[in-house]
Design a protein around this ligand. Structure first.
Ligand SMILES: [Zn+2]
Length: 318
């Protein structure tokens, strides 16, 4: 099994580990009840029309998408950044070319059933860090958001706002942030037979919001092995890890986040941050310092697709 943590710098890795463990100490979910909820469509018209219903079944994705949309992806989908040939093992990308000065700020929007229960509890936290979004908007900074399906359903208004920003790209971070390997920071493992449907369903939840859609996908905890990659082969996507782990989950101070990013960042870097406020409470405080540090280094944030212009593809390992 190939898990990415050996490549994560020790301090950041330890922080991330503690963070994920803490996140997962919450009790296990009543999944079936929550999974049964119907997709909440955006209240306003999406800026890009959702793909039409399939007219012909596809051998690869048929039966995956209850709405039938994922079964026959349209030519529009084929042009989305990150699109790869369905049926081939998805490429795994850590960063873009090391030339030029572009870097990608990526923000993961995790949402587990435990987090959802918190949102319905007596003192609901926020898992949507508006200060981050406002700062990016105010300073016109491009960014890419890796959304879980459950996060989108909790925050449809904010999803609409992200999709409406021409500098923001939207990507896929699974439906409910389950683990795609058997050993991933104590995240609940998703049965292999459910992996394809989980990720296809998440694309279908995000797609109606329009804006800058992609076929980029990030595994929870960056945990993947060849079996997980093979399950996603029908979906024609690109797996994006990242080469700069900020360690922002559960950080108590903003300074280590800034240090972790600025000490690792290089041209072409993909920086991993979180927009989940209560589980990454210092990210918005770190962000202005990160932006200033990038500018000092002559590095310019850009949408992920622009940073990956000529992706450095890591061959999948078993
Ligand atoms: Zn995540």
């Amino acid at each position: 099994m190939h898990v990415k943590h050996p490549r994560i710098p020790l301090a950041a890795g330890a922080t991330a580990l503690v963070a994920v463990v803490a996140l997962l100490l919450a009790p296990t979910p009543l999944r079936s009840q929550l999974e049964a909820t119907v997709l909440d469509p955006p209240a306003t018209a999406p800026t890009v029309a959702p793909p039409p219903a399939a007219t012909t079944p596809s051998s690869t994705a048929a039966g995956v998408d209850p709405a039938g949309r994922g079964a026959d992806r349209t030519r529009d989908d084929a042009r989305l950044p990150g699109t790869t040939e369905p049926g081939t093992l998805p490429p795994v990308v850590d960063h873009g070319p090391r030339t030029g000065g572009k870097v990608a700020l990526t923000f993961d929007a995790d949402m587990t059933d435990a987090m959802r229960r918190q949102l319905r509890g007596p003192n609901p936290p926020s898992y949507a860090n508006l200060a981050i979004v406002e700062l990016l908007e105010r300073q016109r900074v491009p960014a890419t958001f890796f959304l879980t399906g459950k996060w989108v359903r909790e925050y449809p208004e904010l999803t609409r706002r992200l999709a409406a920003n021409p500098r923001f790209e939207l990507a896929n971070h699974t439906y409910g942030h389950d683990a795609f390997t058997s050993d991933c920071y104590h995240l609940a493992p998703l049965p292999r037979r459910e992996m394809t449907a989980d990720v296809a369903r998440t694309f279908d939840v995000i797609a109606p919001y329009g804006g800058r859609q992609t076929r980029y996908f990030r595994f929870p905890g960056l945990c993947h092995d060849r079996a997980a990659l093979a399950e996603l082969a029908p979906l024609g996507l690109t797996v994006v890890d990242g080469d700069v782990v900020s360690g922002d989950p559960f950080a108590r101070y903003w300074q280590p986040i800034v240090r972790a990013v600025l000490s690792q960042v290089r041209p072409g870097s993909v920086i991993i941050l979180h927009v989940t406020e209560a589980n990454a409470p210092m990210t918005d405080e770190a962000l202005p310092h990160i932006l200033a540090g990038l500018a000092e280094r002559g590095l310019e944030p850009a949408p992920l697709s622009e940073v990956l212009g000529e992706p450095t593809r890591v061959a999948p390992r078993s």
